[in-house]
Design a protein around this ligand. Structure first.
Ligand SMILES: C[S@@+](CC[C@H](N)C(=O)[O-])C[C@H]1O[C@@H](n2cnc3c(N)ncnc32)[C@H](O)[C@@H]1O
Length: 221
């Protein structure tokens, strides 16, 4: 009853109907995710990620929250030759499954997969990224946001999925008390971004809400 679509079901189904057909690998992964209750991006968000990668032409992409590698494959397929994606997953089982999917997709040379807690891995990363996709535990988004300035290049894009959390962040109505901290934390995070002078931000109400944060630089303020 409290699980509601951010967009109405009619609009969401219409937008889905306008997507090009996915190949067998992606459709099998969608089926697997649904049957095994693995949360992955909606295909329309996969398409948006692919478009953003094409427009921004990043050399070095970081993803936090691989799951079985569905969004990773959408992004990796859009990368230019010579560009790379690093993706981090906490759960060993999902990490191993994602590796198999990257092999099947023939993308293993473009993707570096890391198994571990991104909160521990991020401070030790030696590289800089021009595109970071955050799709891990929603309650940890403010923490991840604080960890990214050191590794996101000026002019780089930070993309968060699920920032409207089933629409609960909009009206602060949610099914269980134990969701309260996560929902309020996300609401505060979004409100604080309004006054953040380091980023230009926009929320696209696609899927469960996609937040785009473009990092300003000295020459592009
Ligand atoms: C929503 S799923 C990711 C879906 C994936 N991006 C896709 O669309 O195909 C979130 C994943 O983040 C992982 N995760 C949660 N907290 C994490 C952390 N601190 N570090 C790394 N991975 C984490 C979870 O195990 C889960 O598989």
């Amino acid at each position: 009853m409290f699980m509601k679509d951010v967009l109405g079901a009619d609009l969401q189904n219409f937008l889905k109907s306008l997507l090009p057909e996915r190949d067998l690998l992606l459709t099998e992964m969608e089926k697997y995710a649904q049957e095994n209750h693995v949360s992955i991006v909606e295909p329309e968000v996969g398409q948006l990620l692919s478009l953003l990668i094409k427009i921004t032409r990043p050399k070095n992409v970081l993803e936090i929250g691989t799951a079985i590698g569905y969004s990773t494959i959408w992004m990796a397929r859009a990368l230019e030759i010579g560009s790379q994606i690093t993706t981090i997953e906490l759960l060993p089982g999902r990490y191993k499954q994602a590796l198999k999917n990257f092999q099947k997709a023939g993308l293993h040379d473009k993707i570096k997969s890391i198994n571990g807690d991104a909160r521990e891995i991020l401070p030790n990363l030696q590289e800089n990224y021009d595109f970071i996709f955050l799709d891990a535990a929603k309650g940890q988004y403010p923490e991840f946001f604080k960890l990214t300035p050191q590794i996101l290049k000026p002019g780089g894009l930070l993309v968060f999925d699920n920032v409207l959390i089933n629409g609960w962040v909009i009206d602060l109505k949610f099914p269980e008390r134990r969701k309260k901290t996560m929902v309020y934390r996300m609401r505060n995070f979004l409100e604080e971004l309004k006054n953040n002078k380091d980023y230009l931000t926009s929320i696209i109400p696609l899927g469960d809400g996609v937040l785009l944060c473009w990092k300003k630089g000295e020459e592009n303020e």
